[in-house]
Structures are given as C-alpha cells and as structure tokens.
Design a binder for this molecule. Structure first.
Ligand SMILES: [Zn+2]
Length: 449
C-alpha cells in the first residue's frame, strides 16, 4: 500500500531562487508539450508518445535553451510523465474505461498557482535534518514524524502562500488494529458535522465562516492595488496565507475525527453524498448560496476520503450506501416513511409507532441498517448486483415486500446489537407478531407494537 508523507522544508534565499528556476523549467516543458499536442489534435494527428515528447522538448530543447541545462533533468522527465498520465486519464474517462467523475483534458500551468517538481530514484538524498536535491543543494527539513520506509519519490511543493513542502511516497504495510466488534453509521450534516448511530455528535469548526470578515477585508484591499505591482503581490500573499490557514484548520479536524472513528469501530458506514453536485451545479448555488458555502466549509468529501484510506490502512471495513436511500424520511424503529422533511425540522415523532426521533441520529441508524439489509440480501441471492435489488424493493413501496425487507433488516440488526438489552427486548416483542406480517394490512399493526 502506498502512502504520502509530507514535511515542511525551509530553503534559504539562494535555494528559493534555484527552486523557482526548477519549477519554471518544469512548467515550460509541460506547457510547450501541451501546446504541441493541442496543435496536433487540431490538425487531426494522434498524440505523440512520452518518448517522442521527451526527445523533442527535453533533449532537443536543451541544445537551444541553455537555461534548461541549469536544473536537474529528472523533474523535467517526470513533468512529461505526468502529462502523459493526464492524457491517459482523460482518454480512458472518455471511452468509459475509467469510472467516476469525468476527467477533463490537461490544462496549462500557471506561474501563480501551486508549483511542483518530482525527483525519483537515487536522485535525492535524505539525512538527519537536511534533504539534498541535485543542483539545488541541502535544504533544511523538519521531520514531524518518522518515514515508514525508504521513499520511492519526493515531490517538492510550493503552495500559493509560498510555503515549501517535501512530499514522499512510501510503501507501507497495513497495520491491523485489534477487533472491537463495533459498527457505526454516520450521518453528515450542516448544523452538526457528524452524528453517529449511537447518538454521539461531533461539531465541526467552521474556519471559513470564522474568517469570512477578515478574508473579505483582505480581498477588498487586494483589488484596490495596481495589477503587477509589488503591493499587489504582497496583498495576494496575505489572502493566500489566510486561505492556507482556513484549509489547515479544516484538515486538522477531519484527520482527528477520522482517526478516532477508525480506532473505535470495525465497520464504518457513510452515505454516498454527491457533494460537488450539491455545491456547484445543482439547485443550491442558485437557490441558496449560503448553504453551498457552508457545505464547502465542512469538507464532507475530504472526510470520506480520509476515513476510507484509514480504514484500508488499519484493516477496517468501510461501506457507502446508496445516495437515494430515504434515510432521513424513514423511522428507524418501524420503517414507516413519514415523507420529506424540511431542513429546519430537527426532531420529529413517528406517527406510526410514536417514537420520538432526533433527525440526525435517526438518519445515522438508518444508514447502518441499510447496510446490514444489503449484506443479508447479498448472501441470500449470492448474486453480484444485490444492491440494486434492495433499492427496487424499497422503491416499490409494496407493503408486503417492505415488511419482508424490514424483517430481514431487523434480524440482521439484532445480531449486531446482541450486546444491547433494549434492542433484545424489542426483538422479542416483534417476534411474537411476526406470523401475520405477510398480510399488507398487518404491516401497520406490526409497526405499532
Ligand atoms: Zn416508527
């Protein structure tokens, strides 16, 4: 399993100069090759291979442009490798070979955004407090944690707030944590960041909201300056630094929460939220820009990515349930669907069984229950597409099927919660009325037990 280890580095003035030269050369090679590929595409000619591009834009270019020789050559080659990979991802996404979000074609790199250069192999050396890069020198590095093993590559990064980092790729082994026999469903929300199915709630810091006034002030000052002036650059840096701080606050919280959860629970179930769709395309921006901003401020997607990676690392199970599952509409006790609820309804009482619900806790329990129901169907049918089958059963809303579906879910749930006495007693109650549950009209009766 591959992992990234990122450390802050502190180059001196000379090294900063040399690094910016290196970034510039990598960017030049990338942009020239990309322009060449775009031109060929416009003429209807196939994209040249990585070897052809290297010959033309590194080997030949070095004869004419002497400044290309002043930097290490590995990062230049890696830059073209990245371009090749970017094209591959784009083509595979177009043909359907690559699943997920549609990949866009590679773009030109800008001098103003984040800069990177990658060294591989024996090109660089690391020691106790320095990292040696060819033609740059020994840069001071702060080892905030030990490296897991010998790294295969290092990427030198300069972010837009002018901070420098070294990001290593290392091969790590999964370290399995001891089993806890705990399962958890998590509902992500806006007012409360994460609500667990056992009732625990986690509030998120809202760094963007906290710093919005400051950010607006900085940005107002920025737009008043002359483009290209030194003052503008100074003010741009201030804005970028604040953005960096906001991002760090968010990431710190998400890391701590995901680690905590992965330590405590064997299986973690999340809802598959279409976050980017919610924020950018859909209704939210048009109808409610504040909500879109609030969602971006939380970092739901990042939370999922981090949790997923940590589950893999520590040998935990990570599951995602279908996004169309009516988790906030359904009563987690009897399965009765109470219809859509507005966002401001935080608590409600089930009209079928009379249970009082906290909206988020109920949704989290439903998320956990949906998973257990899906697993049961999976083992019964032994087919490869069980999830769609369950979804259909729910969509039909046929009382007979729904009651059967709930029975299956109920049975599985009781196995999971075998340690909890309250669930046990409810199971006993329901077992006594199971014999009539196949008749449609009895569904409500059963539910009201
Ligand atoms: Zn109910």
């Amino acid at each position: 399993m591959k992992a990234r280890y990122k450390y802050r580095i502190y180059p001196n003035h000379v090294q900063i100069q040399k690094l910016s030269q290196l970034f510039g050369c990598c960017r030049y090679v990338w942009n020239q090759s990309l322009a060449h590929c775009n031109q060929l595409y416009a003429d209807g000619i196939k994209k040249p291979s990585y070897t052809d591009l290297t010959k033309q834009f590194i080997t030949q270019a070095k004869r004419e442009l002497l400044w290309l020789k002043e930097v290490a050559s590995t990062p230049l080659q890696q830059s073209l490798k990245d371009l090749d990979q970017a094209y591959k991802n784009f083509f595979n996404s177009c043909t359907g070979k690559r699943k997920g979000i549609k990949v866009k074609p590679p773009k030109f790199k800008s001098r103003k955004s984040r800069q990177t250069a990658r060294f591989v192999g024996v090109n660089y050396q690391i020691n106790r407090d320095k990292i040696y890069l060819p033609k740059v020198g020994k840069i001071k590095i702060f080892w905030s944690r030990p490296l897991a093993s010998q790294p295969t590559s290092v990427t030198i990064i300069r972010d837009s707030a002018h901070r420098y980092f070294a990001s290593f790729v290392v091969e790590t082994n999964a370290e399995f944590l001891p089993k806890t026999d705990n399962y958890i469903g998590i509902d992500l929300g806006i007012s409360t960041f994460a609500t667990l199915s056992n009732g625990e709630k986690y509030e998120a810091p809202k760094p963007l909201k906290q710093n919005l006034k400051k950010l607006a002030k900085f940005q107002r000052k920025l737009v008043k300056t002359q483009p290209g002036s030194k003052r503008r650059e100074r003010r741009r840096l201030k804005v970028a630094k604040l953005h960096g701080k906001i991002k760090d606050m968010r990431t710190d919280f998400l890391h701590k929460l995901s680690t905590n959860l992965v330590r405590k629970y064997d299986t973690i179930v999340l809802e598959d939220l279409n976050v980017s769709g919610m924020v950018s395309y859909g209704m939210l921006r048009k109808r409610n820009p504040k909500l879109a901003k609030a969602i971006s401020d939380l970092g739901w997607r990042q939370f999922r990515t981090l949790t997923e990676a940590k589950c893999e690392k520590y040998g935990r199970e990570f599951r995602v349930i279908n996004r169309w599952e009516p988790t906030s509409q359904k009563c987690s006790c009897c399965g009765f669907k109470g219809g859509k609820k507005e966002l401001n309804v935080r608590e409600w009482t089930c009209i079928s069984c009379g249970t009082f619900h906290d909206r988020d806790v109920n949704a989290a329990v439903n998320i956990l229950n949906t998973l257990t129901a899906q697993t049961v169907v999976m083992s019964r049918e032994a087919s490869l597409q069980p999830i769609t089958k369950v979804k259909k059963a729910v969509e039909l809303e046929n009382p007979v099927q729904l009651s059967l579906f709930n029975e299956v879910a109920e049975g599985q749930r009781s196995i999971i919660y075998r340690t909890r006495s309250s669930r046990k007693t409810r199971r006993k109650k329901q077992a006594s009325s199971n014999d009539v549950s196949t008749r449609p009209e009895s569904f409500k009766q059963r539910a009201s037990v």
